[in-house]
Design a protein around this ligand. Structure first.
Ligand code: SAH
Length: 511
């Protein structure tokens, strides 16, 4: 064993052993997210939700899961890789992201020992273990004042030695990990060790995720119930009186009504705008499992001299119709060594409160925001007179509504390309999860068209407004629900109607 040498030149080498939580990407700890976002390299598991990698967009990511890996990577190789990556190039910050908790059957102890042996400093960030979380999402508390005062977590993996069932006779609740395959034998052993065959039992597969499935029975019947339901790993089995409580407490199950209107449903959010996480929050508050799939990404224009020419000596209305426009405008100014004072002679209109907020964050107050967000309202309500000039700084795919409205009022509309909107290319894994989502939210016509091209199948969609809904129908989607107003709350409501199967009528009414 060697200790980190305090007199050695400072190295960045550091390993964070992080519990990723049981699957729901919201169940990682704050400390875990911090460590992840500082990492140079991330080694992640089969059971660590890959969505968590969005906290470390610039890190090198290495999949070391054992499942689906053609070449089996051994624990020893993982230990060696952690140390090697930490030592690389004068020292790097390694995040080792492990499903559930680091030290609950995760072999995290061995990884920590490898760090100690190599003299690499490390930390442990505990996680929410599936042993407690998967039952909780199935409506099963592992302890309960009335019926269970103790619980034990055991492994059903016989390679790991199995459990000493006879020693567990005084424990009220048993939580079995890695035990689906051997469930018959384990149940028989538990009965032989004195547990009643009538003890309630439940098996939870992919707990806390939209794929969560549960089978229930008794110690005598659970193995058959699991087989009949076709449940496989990863799953935990709870044995004990508490399993009965699921009948009353099953809050997360789709349609239970308790976890919110979107409980147990997966909603894919397809926007990339700054608003994406705001919408995700609203959806999560309604119980949804949110999958963020960027369909578009923003890029710089190859040549920004048209923007420079347009802004030069400009004294009319400057129209900004997205957060991205505000962001790109300020990077443009910065590139030119300028700041907000360059806009001093113009009046600025924002398409809605969110864009106005982006301006405010940069010290600019929008001179005008329409009463209802949207290009059409902006065009109709802009306090300008015929002959006034309005300059729209936007992307190459901007729709023509704004131009039409303004020109109809006798205003002069000019446009310059400030940034580019390009299709993003989600990976196959993300695409499959997108296809499996219960509903997909769409905030723009271009997102609708791109989604149709990528997914290649009809999906249930919730659209931000009638224009987006029309674009979605034209793109081939037949199950389209429209938000009643252009707000995130209304879009989340539309998503809930859509999964409740009440979307169609609404779609027709709007369309
Ligand atoms: N460290 C992990 C456990 C690793 S052992 C933790 O604390 O959760 C792997 C086993 O964990 C799986 O075989 C399964 O029994 C259980 N498991 C992990 N994630 C799970 C999930 N989302 N749902 C059900 N079981 C899960």
């Amino acid at each position: 064993m060697s200790f980190p040498d305090p007199s050695a030149p400072a190295s960045r080498a550091f390993v964070s052993l992080i519990g990723a939580g049981p699957g729901d990407p919201g169940l990682i700890t704050v400390r875990g997210v911090e460590a992840l976002s500082r990492a140079d390299v991330v080694l992640f598991d089969y059971l660590a939700n890959p969505e968590l990698l969005r906290h470390c967009p610039d890190a090198e990511t290495i999949y070391v899961g054992k499942k689906g890996f053609s070449e089996y990577i051994s624990q020893e190789q993982i230990n060696a890789l952690i140390v090697a990556k930490a030592r690389e190039g004068g020292g790097r910050r390694v995040a080792r992201l492990k499903g559930g908790d680091v030290f609950v059957f995760g072999r995290g102890g061995e990884e920590a020992e490898a760090c100690v042996a190599a003299g690499v400093p490390f930390e442990v960030v505990p996680g929410v273990t599936s042993a407690i979380a998967a039952p909780a999402y199935a409506g099963i508390p592992v302890t309960h004042r009335e019926s269970a005062r103790s619980f034990a977590v055991l492994t059903g993996n016989t390679k790991e030695g199995g459990a000493h069932y006879e020693r567990l006779s005084g424990v009220d609740t048993l939580v079995l990990l890695m035990g689906v395959r051997n469930l018959d034998g384990i149940a028989a052993d538990l009965i032989a060790s004195g547990r009643s065959p009538d003890t309630p039992a439940a098996t939870v597969q992919w707990g806390t995720t939209p794929q969560q499935r549960v089978a229930t029975g008794t110690l005598a019947t659970i193995a058959r119930a699991v087989r009949e339901a076709g449940l496989e790993a990863p799953a935990v089995t709870v044995v004990g009186e508490v399993a009965r409580l699921r009948d009353t407490l099953r809050w997360f199950d789709a349609g239970s009504g308790f976890g919110g209107p979107l409980a147990g449903r997966s909603v894919a959010v397809t926007r990339t705008r700054d608003g994406a996480s705001a919408l995700s929050e609203v959806l999560r508050a309604r119980g949804a499992n949110v999958l963020e799939v960027p369909l578009i990404r923003f890029a710089e224009v190859p040549d920004d001299s048209p923007v420079e020419d347009a802004l030069h000596d400009f004294g009319g209305w400057l129209l900004l119709t997205s957060n991205q426009a505000v962001k790109s405008l300020f990077s443009f100014l910065e590139r030119r060594g300028l700041d907000a004072r360059a806009l001093a002679r113009m009046k600025i209109a924002a398409v809605g409160p969110s864009t106005a907020r982006s301006l405010a964050e940069r010290g600019l107050r929008a001179d005008f925001v329409p009463s209802t967000p949207g290009a059409v309202h902006l065009g109709a309500e802009l306090p300008a007179r015929p002959g006034d000039v309005a300059l729209h700084l936007t992307s190459q795919v901007a729709e023509d509504d704004l131009a039409r409205e303004l020109e109809a009022r006798g205003l002069r509309y000019e446009r310059a390309e400030l940034y580019r909107t390009e299709p993003a290319r989600p990976g196959e894994h993300a695409l499959n999860r997108l296809r499996a989502a219960d509903v997909v939210t769409l905030a723009s016509g271009s997102a609708a068209r791109h989604l149709a091209a990528l997914a290649g199948i009809d999906l249930t969609v919730a659209a931000m407004g009638p224009q987006t809904a029309d674009a979605a129908r034209r793109a081939g989607f037949t199950r389209v629900t429209v938000a009643e107003t252009a707000t995130l709350e209304a879009l989340a409501d539309a998503a809930a109607w859509a999964v409740a199967g009440r979307g169609e009528g609404l779609g027709e009414r709007e369309g």
